[in-house]
Design a protein around this ligand. Structure first.
Ligand code: F6P
Length: 322
């Protein structure tokens, strides 16, 4: 199949580095004589035919910008057969031969539908701060988010040390403890709570009390947002141990900001790799990087089983250093 015109969209939670990937897809695609159509606001924009041809200049000056110039949304209508039918009609009417999607597992599930049910050639690029996609060591945006959170925790440590206080710091990752475990390791935090591993607050409070006896009165506890958020954990600590706590919820600042060099380079490499897959007529796959080598994995495999904290040795190492 000869591909002449490709569509490009960003969907789900935005991630720093998405713009660098957009720039790479557009410029590498043009270099290979492909026309690149930007689809705005993810699958929602596709259903509403919100399209614009992207030229070399339209992606100038964006490599260092957070967010996504194509904008992003989570789209319920695309989950329906009717929504998908509309999307396919629009792709056909606009002569878009193949689609590159940038995002996390929800984005990939949409691409699986388009490819397997409607035979629209699709390729995925992993972009989510959560780093919970299989087939890649790291996703675009995770490094920037970790550095943003780390900068905040370093500042919190200053005041925690000065005033001998317990701080509970909530970081992002409703279903993924990746950011939490990396930030805990890099900041020298005293505790980390992640959604993948059940924790015992009584044990933790016991550690805090025995720490007090040894003269340790300041604690930084990193908590991944989830069922029990930072505030709830802090209240429970106060209730069990009687210790005063302070809570900081870092929230969406972790999703924004200028991408780190690592994210820009990763995004640029993966953008070009996604175009290469299309040129080689390899569809239904997601690009990734393993041991610094570019790889491709079936989209099903990419979303099949979340990487989880189990594959991340930082969590264990961090616990051995407390
Ligand atoms: O998936 C990325 C992410 O930022 C998660 O870390 C977080 O739990 C979630 O999105 C928040 O989603 P929303 O921006 O829709 O509140």
């Amino acid at each position: 199949m000869v591909i002449k015109r490709i569509g490009l969209l960003t969907s789900g939670g935005d991630a720093p580095g998405m713009n660098a990937a957009i720039r790479s897809v557009v410029r590498y695609g043009l270099h290979h004589k492909l026309e690149v159509i930007g689809i705005y606001r993810g699958y929602a924009g596709l259903i509403n035919e919100d399209l614009k041809s992207l030229d070399h200049r339209s992606v100038a000056g964006i490599i260092n910008r957070g967010g996504t110039i194509l904008e992003s949304q989570r789209c319920d209508e695309f989950l329906t057969e009717e929504g998908q039918r509309k999307a396919v009609e629009i792709l056909k009417r606009n002569k878009i031969d193949a689609l590159i999607v940038l995002g996390g597992d929800g984005t990939y599930r949409g691409a699986i539908q388009l490819w397997e049910r409607w035979h629209i050639p699709c390729v995925g690029i992993p972009a989510t701060i959560d780093n919970d996609i299989n087939g890649t060591d790291i996703t675009i945006g995770a490094d920037t988010a970790i550095n943003t959170a780390l900068e905040a925790v370093d500042k919190i440590r200053d005041t925690s040390t000065s005033m001998d206080r317990i701080f509970v710091v909530e970081v992002m990752g409703r279903e993924s403890g990746y950011i939490a475990s990396q930030v805990a390791l890099a900041s020298g935090a005293e505790e980390v709570l992640v959604p993948e591993i059940t924790y015992d607050l009584d044990d933790m409070c016991h550690d805090i009390e025995s720490g007090y006896l040894k003269g340790k009165e300041r604690w930084i506890i990193i908590v991944a947002e989830g069922e029990a958020g930072g505030r709830e954990i802090a209240n429970e600590i106060t209730e069990i141990s009687g210790s005063e706590t302070r809570v900081v919820v870092l929230g969406h600042i972790q999703r924004g900001g200028s991408p780190t060099a690592q994210d820009r380079i990763l995004a640029t490499r993966l953008g070009a790799a996604a175009v290469d897959l299309i040129l080689n007529n390899e569809y239904g796959k997601a690009v990734g990087v393993k041991g610094n080598q570019i790889t491709a994995v079936d989209l099903h495999r990419a979303v099949e089983k979340k990487k989880g904290i189990g594959v991340n040795s930082s969590y264990q190492l961090m616990r051995n250093l407390i």
